[in-house]
Design a protein around this ligand. Sequence first.
Ligand code: SAM
Ligand code: SF4
Length: 322
Amino acid sequence: MNSLLERKTDHTDTAIVDIHNRTFKKLRISLTSACNFSCKYCVSSKNMKVERSNYVAPQQILHWVQSIQRVTPLDAVRLTGGEPSLYRDLPELIKRLKEAGIPQVGMTTNGSLLNVQAGQLAAAGLDSVNISLDAVNEQEYKRMGGRRYQQVQSSLQTALEAGLNVKINATILQNINDNQIIPLLELAMRHNIIIRFLELMPMGYLFGSKDELLVSADDILKIISNKYSFTALPREKSSTSNYYKLSGGSVFGIIGNHSTPFCRDCDRLRLDTKGNVYGCLSNEKGIALDSDKTRDALQLAMEQKQIDRFSGSSLSMRYIGG
Ligand code: SAM
Ligand code: SF4
């Protein structure tokens, strides 16, 4: 065992803290690597083959979550994938997570099934959804790899009516959907919800490639400032996003992995469908959650975190989840 680990596991309090004083509080769980979309930034058009998804029963996921909870309390769990709405036992899993005392259960989804699932998921206890929507216009939406355009458009309203806390995530690519920044912002304003614009992350097949598709946080702010005035809000601790308030009162955010990295107070770990935990998307080495040594695995995963800057990796976002 390395000396760092020995030192950390000697702690008598329950918190899992790394050497930079970052505390583990939130878990992202990838439920499947299956997906019904082929987003340009996530799936390569050259090689559409993704590792076959591994089905994990809710009992197994609960077992992993509870073994973590025995070590340290979790503030929130976010379900992701692949496309988490394709996971066949989703309502049951959500219900069990809430019964296990997870205060906030959220999901990141492409929204393609939310128009039929939202009510059932809210009833099971889901608190929030982040809907990934990269364009308002159908043509750009399809160019980005989105499908089921009408269903996704109506999913926003359905999710709100079901009582879910809704945000939009939009990943912006140069000359593909950068003309959608204002229409997306205005869509979010009409629904009175927050939109976050994401800078492209060098993950999976994009790892190591030139960042010619990148639209930076500054570029996004410049486009918005051509039409609207806004002020920056103070950054909340551990937030991936910097938020801005428009003069009309609406709030939008930018997740700038590249321009405004948020590693210094990151409080998240990730769990894949095989029971491996990961400290960072920049490190593709999963650490098995061994029941007897859960604390050690979590501590090691925390030590995987980048010091201050995201570097990307060849991990597929469709496997590990965003
Ligand atoms: N399928 C779900 C969805 O699309 O919302 C959940 C999984 S997806 C991997 C999670 C988030 O990661 C989405 O908001 C997606 O836009 C984002 N994402 C995927 N690949 C990305 C990349 N290379 N750069 C930036 N964001 C990416
Ligand atoms: Fe599927 Fe989400 Fe990846 Fe798009 S970003 S291909 S919806 S997993």
